[in-house]
Design a protein. Structure first.
Length: 166
C-alpha cells in the first residue's frame, strides 16, 4: 500500500508527463485506454470485440461474467471513469469493425480522426477546417450509401463524445 506522500508524488509525475490522473473529469477515454490499457490489451475496439461479449445488454468478460464493472474498478482506471470505460467498451463490442476495415488506410483510428479534424458546434459534429456538418461531408465521401452515412455519423458522434467529454 502506498503512503499518502507516495500517491501525491505519483500524481505529480503523471501530471508532468501529461498522463490522465484519477479525479479529473472530462478526459479523453481513448487516450486513457491508450495510456493505461493498450500495452497489455491493444486497441480498445479490437479488445472489446475479441474478448468481451454482450448478453441482455450487459457487457461480459470471459472470466468476469457476473460484474465487469466491479472487475474494471480493480483493474486500474480511476473510479470515476469505470462507467464511461464500460460504456465505451459496450459500444465497441456491439459495433462491427467497419472503421478499421474500410477507413484505416487513410484514417488510422476513429479517435485520431475526431481529434484531428472534427469538433462539436452547437451540438452538431462539424469539420474543424470548414465548419460544415460531418453529415454533409459523409453524404459525398466515397459514394457512401445513406445507411453507411448513418453508421459512420453515429460512430463518429459516439467517439467524439468519448474524446470531448465535459
Amino acid at each position: 500500500m502506498l503512503s499518502l506522500s507516495q500517491k501525491v508524488s505519483l500524481v505529480l509525475v503523471a501530471m508532468m508527463l501529461g498522463l490522465p490522473v484519477a479525479g479529473t473529469a472530462g478526459r479523453d477515454l481513448h487516450r486513457l485506454w491508450h495510456d493505461r490499457c493498450a500495452a497489455c490489451h491493444g486497441h480498445s475496439g479490437d479488445f472489446a470485440r475479441e474478448f468481451l461479449s454482450v448478453s441482455n445488454g450487459d457487457l461480459q468478460g470471459r472470466h468476469h461474467v457476473d460484474d465487469l464493472r466491479e472487475f474494471l474498478k480493480n483493474h486500474y482506471p480511476p473510479d470515476n471513469e469505470v462507467d464511461a470505460i464500460y460504456s465505451m467498451l459496450l459500444a465497441q463490442a456491439n459495433a462491427p469493425p467497419r472503421f478499421k476495415e474500410e477507413c484505416s488506410r487513410c484514417h488510422e483510428t476513429a479517435a485520431g480522426l475526431v481529434r484531428d479534424t472534427l469538433l462539436f458546434r452547437d451540438g452538431v459534429l462539424v469539420s474543424r477546417k470548414t465548419g460544415h456538418p460531418v453529415r454533409r461531408f459523409l453524404d459525398h465521401h466515397r459514394k457512401l450509401r445513406s445507411d453507411h452515412v448513418e453508421f459512420y455519423l453515429t460512430l463518429l458522434t459516439r467517439v467524439a463524445k468519448e474524446v470531448y467529454r465535459p
